[in-house]
Design a protein around this ligand. Structure first.
Ligand code: CP
Length: 304
């Protein structure tokens, strides 16, 4: 494992190893702290978009592992005044042992990783959110013991969360159903990957059909446009029927877990009642960002 840019960078064995290390680090943290696995290491935490969980969980995680994490907003770097990001990559790679970057285009992240010469972690792009999906899988395994064979249903926009949950769930041996409106489908390469798993994967456009007998139901924000804009109004129309309500959830298994990567738009992708009923696992999921990212850092930087 050289970088973590997307879920398909991982083999099933690497995925399981990350979750195992995350479980160990979580248990150690609860008992008082972990060994300083990042002592002397530096991590650049570079954000081109807003973040609560990704930023703070990396900041706290690097500190807990004994390293130095520096947050930087790309708008405040020379990159914000036009310095090419490929030059920023070659500079930061000389100072830091690892770079976490939240940006827009996956291709920019991939190019950055090639030039930086140090491990790069995707903190969210328009295509993938691997750190979030590792936390989701950790949360499911923690609460249910195993992942293989369990039915995971994602309902919403076929963007970064859908792309990463499909790949991550299938790598973990889960049965994955993705339910999106026709014009919000996951990325073509993700669908090609998924189709190799045959009947373990289904792509549907009817939430009531997709959610049937699900062990885990995941959703994320689908009204990503600025409120009041034409795009926001269009999305509200396109996603009619894509709200995770108590009624819809009745078709899932009675003890189904509900996951949401946050922030949540109550009354859009999820009802307030479902959100509050499932807050225990949703906030475990948020907490597990910390533990699973510590595992990724420890593995990527081991012996470097
Ligand atoms: N889930 C997630 O990535 O949260 P933030 O946008 O707050 O980092």
């Amino acid at each position: 494992m050289k970088n973590l840019l997307k879920m398909s960078d991982l083999s099933p064995a690497e995925l399981t190893h990350i979750l195992d290390v995350a479980d160990q680090l979580k248990a150690q943290q609860k008992l008082g702290g972990t060994a300083p696995l990042l002592a002397g290491k530096t991590v650049a935490l570079m954000f081109s978009k807003a973040s609560t969980r990704t930023r703070t969980s990396f900041e706290v995680g690097v500190y807990q592992l004994g390293g130095l994490g520096n947050y930087m907003n790309t708008a405040e770097l020379q990159a914000g005044r036009g310095e090419p990001l490929k030059d920023t990559a070659r500079v930061l790679g000389r100072y830091y042992d690892c770079v976490v970057w939240r940006t827009y285009r996956q291709s920019d992240l991939e190019e950055f990783a090639e030039l930086a010469g140090v491990p790069v972690i995707n903190g969210l792009t328009d295509y993938a959110h691997p750190c979030q999906v590792l936390a989701d899988l950790m949360t499911i395994r923690e609460r249910r013991g195993t992942l293989a064979g369990r039915k995971l249903c994602f309902i919403g926009d076929g963007s970064s969360m859908a792309n990463s949950l499909i790949v991550g769930g299938l790598l973990a041996g889960m049965q994955v159903t993705c339910v999106c409106p026709e014009s919000y489908r996951p990325a073509a390469d993700v669908l090609m990957f998924a189709h190799k798993y045959g009947s373990a994967f289904h792509l549907l456009s009817d939430p009531a059909e997709g959610i049937k007998d699900a062990d885990v139901v995941a959703t994320s924000v689908w009204n990503t446009a600025k409120p009041g804009t034409a795009e926001s109004e269009q999305r509200l129309r396109d996603f009619v029927g894509f709200q995770l309500t108590g009624k819809l959830l009745e078709a899932a298994k009675p003890d189904a877990l509900v996951l949401h990567c946050l922030p949540a738009h109550r009354g859009e992708e999820i009802s307030s009642a479902v959100f509050e009923q499932h807050a225990p696992e949703i906030f475990d999921e948020a907490e597990n960002r910390l533990h699973v990212q510590k595992a990724v850092l420890a593995i990527l930087l081991a012996n470097k």
